[in-house]
Design a protein around this ligand. Structure first.
Ligand code: ZN
Length: 256
């Protein structure tokens, strides 16, 4: 619910609705927070259970994939399974609805869980890649998420069924650069945005964290819907601090 914080103040959801109506080009930038209501914990917050003592930044690393693929897959295969079962959250659904209404031009996301597409968003820039596909590093073969499970050898390593080469998820691992094409699309969108709607991202992971600055530099507004502080809070036209799915539901209600 969008509560009136002080008597006479226009609720944030209504102010955001006005910003969206005034904007000719609105671009969303999303992070792990949009997937938390889907049951996907933030990769960077401490996990519970069997992976509590594993640092993903050390295992989901390109060097581990190359040098110790069995260890890499012992972490990543269950992660594939766990992510593959998840459904879009209210936040994903709300952003897809904004696009359907012609009020959102694109979603730039740091998430690899493909839930924006699952919710129906069509113009999605996945700057860290996606679990949707995995590719052979030796030939051009590409496998869908459901096919990867059939590629594992006795050592627990995914191998190309065509050439036997190593198969890697089409996600950006730690230690890898972000794909140039996705980043240049993201930068182009940020530069064209009258309004950048940042949802569920702490806006600290570079180079994605530089995108709001590009929008600001061209005179665009920032609206931030994220729990916790971000480095851009003081430059944002508005900030919503509640649960992302509830805040975006309030936005849709305010848009009518
Ligand atoms: Zn191959």
């Amino acid at each position: 619910m969008a509560a009136r914080s002080e008597e006479g103040q226009v609720p944030a959801a209504e102010r955001l609705a006005s910003l969206i109506h005034e904007s000719q080009c609105t671009v969303a930038l999303t992070g792990a927070g949009v997937s938390v209501p889907s049951g996907i914990p933030d990769f960077r917050t401490p996990e519970t259970g069997i992976w509590a003592n594993v640092d993903p930044m050390k295992v989901a690393h390109i060097d581990v994939f190359k040098n110790d693929p069995a260890r890499f897959w012992s972490y990543y295969r269950p992660r594939f399974h766990s992510l593959g079962d998840k459904r879009p959250s209210g936040a994903h659904e709300a952003l897809a609805e904004l696009e359907r209404r012609g009020l959102l031009d694109a979603v730039i996301t740091q998430n690899i869980d493909r839930l924006h597409r699952a919710a129906g968003s069509e113009n999605v820039v996945e700057v860290h890649g996606s679990i949707e596909t995995s590719s052979c590093m030796s030939c051009t073969a590409t496998y869908g998420l459901d096919e990867v499970d059939g590629l594992f050898n006795d050592e627990g390593i995914a191998e190309c069924s065509g050439c036997g080469g190593p198969v890697k998820p089409d996600v950006v691992l730690f230690g890898e650069l972000l794909p140039e094409s996705a980043m240049s699309r993201a930068q182009d969108l940020a530069e064209r945005a009258d309004l950048m709607l940042c949802v569920g991202s702490s806006l600290v992971v570079h180079p994605v964290a530089a995108l709001p600055q590009l929008a600001l530099g061209r005179g665009g507004h920032l609206a931030i819907v994220t729990k916790g502080a971000t480095p851009y809070d003081s430059q944002a036209t508005l900030k919503m601090h509640g649960e992302v799915d509830e805040e975006l539901a309030a936005l849709l209600a305010a848009l009518g």
